[in-house]
Design a protein around this ligand. Structure first.
Ligand code: BMA
Length: 327
């Protein structure tokens, strides 16, 4: 047993015994690796993963994998599902990465927000689809450097709301922006700051999967990036935001709840990374299936209970105002 796995803590997200559930070896065409997948349930109850696939040039595209039970029996598209299209969208010249999927009942469509890797750095782009076979691209909505974004599934006070993570020399924090039409964005507000100093989530944080709507608020899983002399450590934390005012953070956990421990998370193209971009909810309305990229090399699954995550936040979280005084 490694030191990390022998340390006692309350496990909130349990790794599936079949992990990793998808690797490059499963792919029907030649690739380098597969990781950081968006996830959603389709109308027939099956699970769709929109996987980030890195080719053997180092550039990424997206490829859909479908499964009845969300664990195995994956039907993977025989060729890339969404390729970068730099002729019409120059911001995609170095690939498209890390999709998050939001089903929007008002539009009866899935909105995919993804990183478009432009010459000017990574930006946020949107594409809409009904079936993950044809897509309507909206192009870049947040210019570089920006990533880690997801759309909320409904309007707030009449406006669409997008959470994203612009990068500045002073730190990389989470912001929210609003739009009347998904094309024009404004009213940008900082919603969650990276901590400073020795904290696990100091200097750089970002949204992980799309926020989970609960009766108590938007439950947000975010990643914190700890820089160490031997590389970065990507871990996951929890926060809760007001349902009707998602700028307002109600609770934020102090410790991380999930970090690289298993061999497939600790070793790979990028060591020590767990990076979820999507989840699905079971019919009980409580069990979440969290799909995460492991070490930029494979896709893994961990399960948890929304109720337990909220209970953990009640015990281990504090409201932002109180915490401000500790900084
Ligand atoms: C982040 C993102 C992720 C990646 C992670 C670790 O900045 O680019 O796509 O998984 O780094 O390399």
């Amino acid at each position: 047993m490694s030191i990390a796995t022998s340390i006692r803590y309350e496990p909130l997200l349990l790794r599936h015994p079949a992990n990793p559930i998808l690797t490059g070896k499963d792919w029907p065409y030649s690739i380098n690796s597969v990781f950081n997948a968006g996830a959603t349930l389709l109308a027939d109850g099956s699970t769709l993963l929109l996987c980030r696939v890195e080719d053997r040039r180092g550039l990424s595209h997206l490829c859909a994998a479908r499964s009845r039970n969300g664990v195995d029996g994956w039907q993977i598209d025989s060729e890339p599902t969404l390729m970068p299209s730099p002729r019409d969208y120059p911001e995609e010249i170095w690939g498209i990465e890390d999709p998050r999927i939001t089903f929007v009942p008002e539009l009866q469509q899935y909105v995919i927000s993804y990183t478009s890797y432009s010459r000017g750095g990574p930006g946020v782009s949107l594409a809409l689809t009904k079936d993950f076979r044809s897509f309507e691209r909206y192009g870049v909505v947040m210019p570089p450097d920006d990533k880690d974004s997801a759309l909320l599934p409904r309007r707030i006070d009449g406006y669409w709301a997008l959470i994203h993570r612009p990068m500045t020399p002073l730190g990389s924090h989470m912001w929210i922006s609003y739009s009347p039409d998904l094309r024009h964005w404004g009213r940008h507000r900082l919603i969650l700051e990276a901590r400073r100093g020795a904290w696990w989530d100091a200097n750089k944080i970002g949204l992980s999967p799309p926020p989970i709507e609960t009766s108590r608020g938007w439950l947000v899983l975010y990643h914190g990036v700890r820089h160490t002399p031997s590389g970065c450590l990507y871990r996951l934390g929890l926060a809760l935001f007001d349902l009707e005012n998602p700028e307002k953070c109600l609770l934020r956990g102090d410790s991380w709840i999930f970090g690289p421990e298993a061999d497939y998370e600790r070793n790979g193209d990028v060591k020590d990374v767990v990076f979820p971009c999507g989840y699905t909810m079971d019919q009980d309305g409580d069990t979440i299936n969290l799909y995460y990229g492991a070490a930029d090399c494979s896709i893994a699954l961990a399960r948890g209970s929304v109720r337990s995550l909220l209970t953990w936040l009640d015990t281990n979280g504090s409201c932002e105002r109180r915490r401000d005084q500790d900084r």
